[in-house]
Design a protein around this ligand. Sequence first.
Ligand SMILES: [Zn+2]
Length: 85
Amino acid sequence: MGAMECERRDCSNCCCEYLIQNMYVCSSCAEEFREAMSGVELPRSEMSEKFEEFMDTSVHKRYGMKIIDVDEFLGISKERSDGTW
Ligand SMILES: [Zn+2]
């Protein structure tokens, strides 16, 4: 039995506990997916699409969290050119 490395992008954890849709997943990635999907109810086919999407996201970027900058957070448009507030 060879090492079962996590198949998520950029994840090199070995000794995966989960085999989901023929992909090995380590417990920390499985837990992250579980957190991202908590409270979400989907048909199995859609959940598996979400899972495939998740496996394709970098382990360095938490799944389910949109990265925004402060301007977007405050709702400030960068294209504002009339100079008024
Ligand atoms: Zn992993």
